[in-house]
Design a protein around this ligand. Structure first.
Ligand SMILES: Cc1cc2nc3c(=O)[nH]c(=O)nc-3n(C[C@H](O)[C@H](O)[C@H](O)COP(=O)(O)O)c2cc1C
Length: 324
């Protein structure tokens, strides 16, 4: 009886602990390390510019307020904390400048971009913007081993072709090889190729602006809460769900289907709305959406966001060495 009561109390203490830890350490907290938060914020804002450049129909002059923010942020950021965000921003600003010069687009923002690039010239290398793949595209089916894993990328450009049921089943069967806690396999994949449903679902997701009209195939990944019990397991649906999602992304890549994970960082209200549209049961939690599709057939070059990776030394820690 006491054991049961203790477990019940954990629903309050553990969930409550999560809440306070998040409030205390997340980027908007007054006690959060300002340079650390800025490091991430610069990467995030720069990436949204990269994304804008990587969609099928880039809007000339897009992202001015982000550029103004980034220029200001660079002046406040201490490079000694890590050069990566600066390299990523400058690489992306260069790509932004090049894109607009090529289409002869004129705007004051380009003068600002050019001045910023000159100011930092030769101080750091450029590590952002776009990667371009020439046709004929060599996607995952032509790669093996580490090359297969290293060559996956998020694409925000797709053909209109709908995937067949057989193709979708094959993708999901491969993704089922993802490990899951006690092999419980509580993750579910909902697939949509009904354009109206996709539009409705993506209107409730906040990260596909600029390419949501080009998505013709969409997964929604969920986990059934009935597979989990006790407050200690509160995050495990997301752990298993993320592993399954990663396996699905690789499954797509191995079958020459391009993909893009789409965040569901949403409120409960939006989650309920998505569940209603997608016919998802109330006892499931939403993990993420994944846009998938074949690359356009007639494409000469597929451009994707570079999404450069941080130096390994910044994230790999041996034997619990103190890392500040
Ligand atoms: C959980 C998750 C949510 C994501 N959400 C979005 C999104 O809403 N919109 C988008 O364009 N990309 C989204 N992405 C894709 C990331 O931007 C991308 O994975 C990252 O920049 C690394 O690039 P890569 O996938 O090409 O290696 C998401 C990725 C993950 C893992």
């Amino acid at each position: 009886m006491l054991k049961k009561l203790n477990k019940f109390v954990w629903f309050f203490t553990l969930f409550g602990g999560d809440r306070w830890r998040y409030i205390k350490y997340c980027s908007i907290s007054p006690v959060c390390d300002k340079q650390k938060a800025l490091y991430y914020k610069i990467i995030i804002e720069t990436h949204s510019l990269e994304k804008g450049l990587s969609v099928a129909h880039t809007r000339p002059g897009f992202g001015k307020s982000k550029i103004n923010y980034l220029i200001d942020a660079l002046s406040k950021y201490d490079v000694a904390f890590g050069a990566f965000p600066v390299e990523k921003t400058l690489g992306t600003l260069q790509a932004y400048y090049d894109f607009h010069t090529q289409i002869n687009f004129e705007d004051k923002i380009l003068d600002k971009v050019s001045q910023t690039l000159k100011k930092h010239e030769k101080k750091v290398s450029l590590n952002g913007g776009l990667r371009e793949f020439e046709a004929p595209l060599k996607l995952g089916s032509q790669k093996v081993g580490s090359d297969l894993l290293k060559s996956r990328f998020s694409s925000r450009v797709y053909s209109e072709e709908k995937l067949t049921e057989q193709e979708v089943e094959n993708l999901v069967r491969i993704a089922q090889q993802a490990p899951s806690q006690c092999n419980r396999q509580a993750t579910k994949a909902y697939f949509f190729n009904d354009i109206n449903k996709i539009r409705e679902l993506l209107s409730l997701q906040a990260g596909a602006g600029g390419f949501n009209q080009d998505v013709s195939n969409l997964f929604l990944i969920t986990s059934e809460l009935s597979a989990w019990g006790g407050a200690q397991q509160r995050n495990q649906p997301y752990v298993d769900g993320a592993l399954f999602s990663m396996a699905l992304l690789y499954s797509c890549h191995a079958n020459d289907i391009v993909s893009c994970p789409l965040n569901l960082a949403i409120t409960h209200k939006t989650s309920d709305q998505i569940k209603k549209v997608a016919n998802v049961n109330k006892d499931e939690v939403l993990i993420m959406m994944i846009a998938v599709g074949k690359p356009p057939k007639d494409i000469l070059t597929l451009k994707v966001a570079k999404s450069a990776r941080r130096p390994v030394s910044e994230i790999l820690v041996f034997n619990g060495a103190k890392n500040e």
